[in-house]
Design a protein around this ligand. Structure first.
Ligand code: S3P
Length: 180
């Protein structure tokens, strides 16, 4: 059975666009935790934050991770804060292979500001965003694989992730054979 692939990383890392391309490459389904939450709550992420606050949203993320364990083999794009809570790196690793889409913070920030509403950036200064990133980075570092997206387009990142996954699968196969 194919392993689930979970993309993590800060806002603006390209998890959605890369995830969609990667799923197509691998012939898998693509799922976004944000979409699961929006469908379940029946309103936008911004509305959820405004009406119920961040903690409510984080609980909804934890519930989404629990539901994702019911099916294997998908490519999953997570929200930027999802892996950054106690217990979440372990929960994600139980689901499959965790891939960090890393990159230069200034670039990520510029991209995140261009695309979509992001309540975690609203009213924050650059210093706030740097502090948020610094607090989150140790969680992202716990991924199984890392791709530096800085100089790459989404299709190149998807290709790189696919290559690393194939190498990892070959390594696991070789270790299995050697241990047999
Ligand atoms: C968040 C990132 C968003 C979304 C929500 C909170 C965060 O997803 O889950 O606005 O805390 O970083 P993206 O990483 O796709 O922007």
């Amino acid at each position: 059975m194919a392993d689930t692939v979970i993309l993590v990383g800060f806002m603006g890392a390209g998890k959605s666009s890369v995830g969609r391309l990667l799923a197509r490459r691998l012939g898998r389904c693509f799922v976004e935790t944000d979409d699961m939450i929006v469908a379940r709550e029946g309103c936008s992420i911004s509305t959820i934050f405004a009406a119920h606050g961040e903690e409510y949203f984080r609980a909804a993320e934890a519930e989404a991770v629990r539901l994702l364990a019911l099916k294997r083999g998908d490519v999953i794009a997570t929200g930027g804060g999802l892996p950054c809570r106690e217990g979440m790196p372990e929960a994600l690793r139980e689901l499959g292979t965790v891939v960090w889409l890393a990159g230069d913070l200034a670039r990520l920030y510029a991209r995140a500001q261009r695309a979509g509403e992001r309540p975690m950036l609203a009213g924050r200064t650059w210093a706030d965003v740097e502090a948020l990133y610094r607090a989150r980075e140790p969680f992202y570092r716990r991924a199984d694989l890392t791709v530096d997206t800085s100089a790459l387009g989404p299709d190149q990142v998807a290709a790189r992730v696919a290559l690393l996954l194939a190498e990892r699968a070959r390594g696991a196969g070789a270790a299995h054979t050697a241990g047999a």
